[in-house]
Design a protein around this ligand. Structure first.
Ligand code: 13P
Length: 258
């Protein structure tokens, strides 16, 4: 089984308009090197209104950053005012779509069933889902972390083939660590990521578990990326706030130089 190539993803959330997106990418173009792209895969998950601009910039400048989205609908088209179809994203060369982010689940009421439909729709359109899971602070304190994460992962991958699971990305993002400056310790993050991999093995077999990439997300910064990435079951980072600053995001991508 070849080693898993880490994936560092910048989730811009509802930040950076298309002008700001271009200037951020222009800085990253100079900061990141061929060696970086050989060592890690990099994606940026821009707001929908930026994606065409991001595509034009990255393709015309030949920058090896993959285009990402933050969400999509599960249907192909139809009367879903305000929604974006996965096929529309695929047409813009989107490679990765974040699905079931805790902000989608908590603020917009997305259910495990909807998240599973989205995962399937992303695959059906030739893109790779990044399936998010993670517990609240109350769940962690109530020792309900494993149950919560297991339920979310189970629902998200149940309908998939072992080959699809091998090709996808799962992001473990404890909700209490998102945007709070409070990172899970690298031991805690590793422990839950290893648990997720064991659940994947039970459900989809050892090969799928050995291949699936599992990211950690929650207050990842240039100063803590190397320690998190050194953990055997952490294969990348899903970065929020620190991804808005090109220098800081580049430091995370270049964690191996720290
Ligand atoms: P922060 O890095 O701002 O904590 O956000 C993490 C996140 O939610 C990425 O999807």
């Amino acid at each position: 089984m070849p080693a898993r190539k880490p994936l560092i993803s910048g989730n811009w959330k509802m930040n950076l308009n298309h002008f700001e997106a271009t200037s951020t990418l222009d800085k990253l173009r100079y900061l990141l090197t061929k060696d970086d792209y050989e060592a890690v895969d990099v994606s940026v998950h821009a707001p929908f209104t930026d994606i065409r601009t991001v595509q034009t910039f990255l393709e015309s400048e030949k920058v090896s950053i993959s285009i990402g989205a933050q969400n999509c609908h599960w249907e192909t088209n139809g009367a879903f005012t305000g929604e974006i179809a996965p096929g529309m994203l695929a047409k813009l060369n989107v490679a990765y779509v974040i699905v079931g982010h805790s902000e989608r689940r908590e603020i917009f009421g997305e259910t495990d069933i909807e998240v599973a439909r989205k995962v399937t729709a992303v695959f059906a359109n030739g893109m790779t889902p990044i399936l998010c899971c993670g517990e609240t602070l109350a769940e962690r304190e109530g020792e309900a972390t494993h149950g919560k994460v297991t339920g979310q992962v189970h629902a998200g991958i149940d309908a998939l083939s072992a080959e699809q699971v091998a090709a996808m990305v799962i992001a473990y993002e404890p909700i209490w660590a998102i945007g709070t400056g409070r990172t899970a310790s690298s031991e805690d993050a590793q422990q839950v990521c290893a648990w997720i991999r064991a659940k994947v093995a039970e459900m989809k077999g050892a090969d799928a578990a050995a291949a699936v990439r599992i990211q950690y997300g929650g207050s990842v910064k240039g100063t803590n990326a190397a320690e998190l990435m050194a953990q055997p079951d952490i294969d990348g980072a899903l970065v929020g706030g620190a991804a808005l600053d090109a220098d800081e995001f580049a430091r995370i991508v270049q964690y191996r130089l720290a």
